[in-house]
Every structure is written in structure tokens, then in C-alpha cells.
Design a protein around this ligand. Structure first.
Ligand SMILES: [Zn+2]
Length: 726
């Protein structure tokens, strides 16, 4: 096995040998995608030209297998690849040549994309990539098209062509920047004809392709070329002074991690209020070295280069003017406010200057990437996955600039070219094809008590609607287990960046003791660092102490009941209220009351009284936190099955109390069924009440479905006349 310094060779001959030809292509793709130095998330594509049997004629035909549109090399499986008749793809060339309106960015060029569907082999439903022509028109059997930082650094250097010759010799030809599409495929076909020694092509301001007639050879050729590029960069970088002089040297000192986290936790919800999205913070050493450097404002202004990068990072990031050496939170907020205003004006001017008669309407003029000296990069996206991808791409852009500035001078894509990609009709069509967002998409909800019972069920219910769910619980392991289950069910998303807590997926487990104000503050600050802020909180944590054998509740149990059930809920509302006011976005709080709040009965004096207090707390908080926050409560009645409040001994105690026959050795499940049946029979609807029934009520109150309801208690008790409002 070859060894490399700047990439990792993962190819295993035995594994590859056990696979069929398409399986080997998938295997190669996954290996390439798993190393971020080789390609970015969602970036690049791979192909193989294979002989297949035509389903109609039974004859052998050449088929191009290529990673489909919208897939990701790291995670793609067989179904993410499209398959197309090579003969039909090549037949598009004379068809295109016959069009009078052909040319780069012409209607004829875009029209060819629609024709790929005519070339589909064997009804494969995967949409072909925009890069299909460059894979089809080159004669090689196996092709990799990748976006490695080290290669883009050369592709985005002022002296791209000379550097390519110097570093790679005749093995790597060059094609200048062209928007991906049919014309680029034709241009690369011509480059190959003119350069018989070439085994790869540098694509200006974009990336490269490499090829071979065998998958293994293609994989190692790609790695060899990336290694060569990285070695050339690192040698020049070190000779120029390395980290100490990178990007013109350090202008600001990075803050200590603790201090950084404190100010970020304070400023992120405020920023989220202005940008309304989900944040990812990146503050590793390399990122801080860039944002704190003297050249950061100049380089940031140039913008990013590879089309994958700037489609997410926007044409350029917002470099925030403030001095971390002397500034405080207020100074940072002033810098951010002024920066956002300037950015929006510049974006509108960029749109006005470059728009074409048929351009789609201007999109959101806010930045998606903020560079904050002292603190790092803050990226924004509609969900956690998108914001992590955006952070990843800016981190790639920093690496590209580092490499380009070491070798030569970084040059960004001309603004008009970037605009023509950003507002390309095909990109617009892609955005339109995206499935409708789920009801709670873009929302962050904290469920306190999510480790078990109703809380866990609420977490599942809200995640199903697309919410980001913070699972908080006194038992941290249980909270993390719920979060892990949510991610196993709904996926972690494709983004890979994010420092510390901010590297989380769409669900996160955190410890929370809501009897402590400082503990609650810590929880809320952690949520801000993870997502930028939060929209809703459901509190299901509660405690029930049965009376002792004499029917009495000891004083400390009375106090503990009120400390958690009442004061805990109040402290959560009080601390969250501060963040919500800073954030300034509509929010919801749902507390947990009980049917027992209205029905007095024997043996649950402390619990029932505490729940009556919670019901009134809902009303008081609704007034206190209006109009920004709606506060409501759910009053469940005895949910036995799946409830954390009914361990075996409490079930037995209740069966005994109600004179229901049972055996000491009876299975817990069977005991629970008996008690649930008994409770169900006392209700008007005669059906046992489940945690799912409760979760539905929280879902209704968390989202916008009951958007005019606040200060109310929603009973989910099967119909208990004793608990009717009085
Ligand atoms: Zn590309």
C-alpha cells in the first residue's frame, strides 16, 4: 500500500474484489468522500463506463454510471448513481452542434440537460448530474471529479496554468473556468485530444478530474495528484514562515475558549433574531488564525471560489469590524448591526449590477457566513445540516486561500460568473424541486424530561415534524439515548463542521437540573452554542412522592415536590424569557399540569397541590411573557403504559388501593395493563391513555396550529367529569 502525508489511502483490494463493477464504483466513491481533504460534502462526482445487457435487445451496451444529482460521495449508495446509454449521450453532440443558439450559458446548452433523461438506461430514476458531459465525453473508463482544497488552491491562483505545469508536468492539462455543463464537457474532450499525455485536467477556479481505465488506478491517481499539490503548498507555506506569518500575520489575539463561549452564548440568540436561522460555530485554531489575521478583511472581500463553496457561503462572507482586544458585547453588537446593514446593501447592489433580463428574483440578502475576529466563523442555514455544510465550505475556502496565497496570489471568480451560477435557471429549478419544509423545520425545541416517558415521546413527535430537539434530562445518559434514537431514525444530516457542541446533529442530549437557576442558564447557553438559540420549551420533568405508610407526606418530600414541579417550571420560564427577549422571535412554552390539579383525592396531597400551582403558573406566565411567548399547559391523566411515573411498585400500590386482583409474581406488563384498563374504565372515552396521546397535545401547543391560544390548560385525560373546569 502506498503511503501519503496529506491524504489517507483506504483502498482494500480484498474488499474491492468481492464487489461487482457498480459496487466497486460505489466503494471508490465512499472512500474518496470520507476524506475531507479529498472532497467536500456533496462535492465532486465519480463515474464508470461499464458493459451492461440491454433489457430489450439482450445485447451488450456501454453504460455510463455516474453519481446522480444532489448526492454525496461519502454516503452515496448504488441507488444514488444514474445510468445512461453512452451511445445516446454521445449522440447529443451532433444534436447540440446543429443548434443555432449554442454556446456557453446559451439556452441550447441548458436544453441539453433535459435530454439526459432520454438517455436513461434501464429506467433508473436517479436524476443525472450537471457534470454528465465531462464524464461521458472523455474516453477513459473510470473518472473522478473532485474538489480538494489543495487542488482548488492552484485552480484559484493568479498563475494557475504555470503552477499546474510546474507542479504536475504534462500529466495534468488545464481548462480555464467555465460554468459546469455541456460546453465544459466539449472543452475537456478537446483538451484530452490535444494532450495525449494528460491523465488529469485542472479546472480553473473549480477543482480537477483524473482518470484511468481501472477503478483502483483511478483512485490512486486522484490521491497522487492531491498529494503532489499539498506537498507543493506546504513546502512554500513553510518557507514563507508557516502559521506565524499566514494571511499577513496575526492582528488580533484569539480569546480564551471560556470567554469565547460566554460571549457567543450571549450574542448568538440576538443574531438569530436578525437572521432567523440555525447557527454553526467554527472556532478551531486554523479558523481563528484566519479571522484574526491582518489579511482577513481583504481575502474575505474577494469571496469564495469553487461553485460548491459559494452557492452555500454566498458570494462573500461578512467580515465583522470590531476590536476583540478592547470590545465588549455591546461593541460586538454594534459591529454586527453595522456589518449586516452594509452586507445587505452590497448584496442588493451585486444583484442589480449583474442581473440578466430573465434572472430569478433576488434571494435573501443576509450573509450566511460571519467572520468575527477573536471568536471564529458563525455559519447560518435553514437547518443544522445546512449550517454545518456552510461552515465546512468556508473552512475549505480558508484552506484554499491559505494554499493559493502560499503558492501565489488568491483570485476569486469574477462576480458576473458567480452571479450566473447563483442565479442560474437550473439552480433555481433545483431549489423549486426541493420538498416542502416540514411544519417545525427551522425550529429548535428543548424538551425537559426527554429521557423517558411522555418527554421522550414528545421528542419523537416533534422530530417527526422536522424540529431540532434538545433532549434535556436530569439523567444525562437517558437524554443522550433519546437524542441518539432520534438521529438513528431521522439521520444526522450531511454537514460535518462545527466546533464543540456546535458540531451536533438535529438532536442533542444535555443534562438539566431545573431546580437550579444556574443549571438552567448553563443548559440554555449550551443550546445557544449548539443551534444559535431556541424557539420552544416543553417541561415534562416532574416528581410524585406517594405518602408514607401512615398516609403522611414528609416535609422534605413536600418541599422537593414543589421545588421541581412548580419552582423548576418557573425558573425555566424566567431564564428562557431573558433569551427569548434578546432573540425577539415568537416563542412557546408548554408546562405539564395534571388532572389532579382540579381533582382532590387521597394520597397525593403534595403532587396535586403542586400541579394546581403549575396550572396557575401557566396563566401568570402567559401574562408575564406576552406578547412574544405563548404559554400553555397540558393536563395529562394517568398514563400508565410507557410512563416513567409508574414504576412497578407504584402500579402494585395502586392495584391494591383499588382492590384489583393481581399476583406478586405477575409480569410488570400485565400489571400495567390491568391498571391502565381500570383507569380507562373511569373515563368517558373508555380507552387507555398513552404517552403518544399526550405528545400530540404538546405538538399542537408548540407549533402554530393553535397560534391564538395562550394561558390555557389542555386536558388529555380521556374525559374525566371530576376534572371538568370549575
Ligand atoms: Zn465540481
Amino acid at each position: 500500500m502506498k503511503t501519503y502525508r496529506y491524504v489517507t489511502a483506504l483502498w482494500d483490494d480484498a474488499t474491492a474484489a468481492a464487489l461487482d463493477p457498480v459496487g466497486r464504483l460505489v466503494y471508490r466513491s465512499n472512500l474518496l468522500g470520507s476524506d475531507q481533504r479529498i472532497t467536500n460534502t456533496g462535492g465532486g462526482n465519480t463515474s464508470a463506463k461499464l458493459t451492461e445487457t440491454d433489457p430489450l435487445t439482450g445485447r451488450p451496451v456501454d453504460v455510463l454510471w455516474i453519481k446522480g444529482s444532489g448526492g454525496d460521495l461519502r454516503t452515496s449508495q448504488r441507488e444514488n448513481f444514474s445510468s445512461l446509454y453512452q451511445e445516446k449521450l454521445l449522440a447529443l453532440q451532433p444534436l447540440y452542434a446543429g443548434r443555432k443558439d449554442k454556446g456557453l450559458k446559451s439556452p441550447a446548452e441548458d436544453a441539453m440537460v433535459g435530454n439526459y433523461a432520454q438517455a436513461v438506461f434501464n429506467l433508473n430514476p436517479r436524476a443525472p448530474s450537471i457534470d454528465t458531459p465531462l464524464h461521458s465525453f472523455l474516453p477513459a473508463k473510470q473518472i473522478d471529479h473532485l474538489h480538494p482544497n489543495a487542488i482548488i488552491a492552484i485552480a484559484a491562483s493568479a498563475r494557475c496554468e504555470e503552477l499546474t505545469r510546474e507542479i504536475f508536468g504534462p500529466e495534468m492539462a488545464c481548462v480555464p473556468w467555465m460554468r459546469p455543463g455541456f460546453e465544459l464537457g466539449l472543452a475537456m474532450q478537446e483538451v484530452v485530444r490535444r494532450n495525449p499525455a494528460a491523465r488529469a485536467i485542472m479546472m480553473g477556479s473549480h477543482g480537477f478530474i483524473a482518470w484511468a481505465d481501472d477503478g483502483r488506478a483511478c483512485y490512486f491517481r486522484s490521491l497522487d495528484l492531491i498529494e503532489k499539490a499539498a506537498a507543493a503548498i506546504e513546502a512554500r507555506y513553510a518557507a514563507k514562515g508557516g502559521d506565524a506569518t499566514a494571511f499577513g500575520g496575526q492582528k488580533f489575539a484569539a480569546w480564551a475558549p471560556e470567554r469565547r463561549r460566554d460571549i457567543l452564548a450571549a450574542v448568538l440568540p440576538w443574531l438569530r433574531g436578525k437572521l432567523g436561522r440555525i447557527a454553526t460555530v467554527q472556532d478551531d485554531d486554523a479558523t481563528l488564525r484566519f479571522v484574526d489575521a491582518a489579511d482577513a478583511p481583504r481575502l474575505a472581500e474577494l469571496g469564495t471560489s469553487c461553485p460548491d463553496h459559494f452557492l452555500r457561503t454566498k458570494i462573500k462572507p461578512l467580515y465583522v469590524e470590531w476590536n476583540p482586544a478592547t470590545g465588549d458585547l455591546a461593541a460586538l453588537q454594534r459591529g454586527l448591526s453595522a456589518g449586516l446593514e452594509r452586507y445587505r446593501a452590497e448584496y442588493a447592489a451585486y444583484y442589480a449590477a449583474h442581473r440578466r433580463p430573465d434572472s430569478p428574483a433576488m434571494r435573501d440578502p443576509n450573509p450566511t457566513v460571519l467572520l468575527v475576529p477573536g471568536l471564529g466563523v458563525i455559519a447560518w442555514g435553514k437547518d443544522k445540516s445546512e449550517s454545518r455544510v456552510t461552515a465546512e465550505f468556508y473552512r475549505c475556502a480558508i484552506e484554499v486561500m491559505r494554499g493559493a496565497e502560499a503558492l501565489d496570489r488568491y483570485v476569486a471568480l469574477p462576480r458576473q460568473e458567480a452571479f450566473d451560477i447563483e442565479y442560474w435557471a437550473l439552480e433555481e429549478a433545483k431549489l423549486r424541486r426541493m420538498p416542502a419544509e416540514k411544519e417545525l423545520a427551522r425550529k429548535v425545541v428543548i424538551v425537559i424530561g426527554a429521557g423517558s416517558g411522555i418527554g421522550r415521546q414528545i421528542a419523537f413527535r416533534l422530530a417527526r415534524e422536522g424540529a431540532h430537539v434538545v433532549c434535556a434530562d436530569l439523567a444525562e445518559a437517558a437524554a443522550s439515548a433519546t437524542a441518539a434514537d432520534l438521529i438513528a431514525r431521522h439521520g444526522a444530516g450531511i454537514g460535518v463542521a462545527g466546533s464543540g457542541l456546535s458540531g451536533c446533529g438535529p438532536a442533542l442530549g444535555l443534562a438539566a437540573d431545573i431546580t437550579s437557576r444556574s443549571g438552567i442558564r448553563r443548559l440554555l447557553d449550551h443550546v445557544a452554542l449548539a443551534y444559535g438559540g431556541f424557539d420552544s420549551i416543553c417541561v415534562t420533568a416532574g416528581v410524585f412522592f406517594p405518602s408514607d405508610t401512615t398516609g403522611h407526606i414528609p416535609d422534605e418530600k413536600w418541599a422537593a415536590t414543589f421545588a421541581l414541579n412548580v419552582t423548576g417550571s418557573y425558573l425555566v420560564a424566567d431564564e428562557a424569557g431573558k433569551t427569548w427577549r434578546t432573540q425577539g422571535l415568537p416563542a412557546t412554552l408548554v408546562l405539564t399540569s395534571s388532572a389532579n390539579a382540579a381533582v382532590a383525592k387521597k394520597g397525593s396531597l403534595a403532587y396535586d397541590t403542586s400541579k394546581a400551582a403549575v396550572s396557575h403558573l401557566v396563566r401568570e406566565l402567559a401574562i408575564e411573557l406576552a406578547p412574544l411567548v405563548r404559554v400553555n399547559g397540558v393536563a395529562p391523566a394517568t398514563v400508565v403504559a410507557g410512563s416513567a411515573m409508574f414504576p412497578r411498585d407504584r402500579v402494585i400500590g395502586s392495584l391494591a388501593k383499588y382492590g384489583i386482583p393481581y399476583r406478586e409474581d405477575e409480569a410488570t406488563d400485565s400489571l400495567v395493563q390491568k391498571l391502565a384498563r381500570f383507569y380507562a374504565d373511569r373515563t368517558l372515552t373508555k380507552t387507555p391513555i398513552t404517552p403518544d396521546d399526550q405528545a400530540e397535545a404538546y405538538f399542537l401547543l408548540v407549533g402554530d396550529r393553535l397560534s391564538k391560544t395562550t394561558g390555557q390548560i389542555l386536558a388529555v385525560d380521556g374525559g374525566l367529569p371530576d376534572a371538568f373546569l370549575r
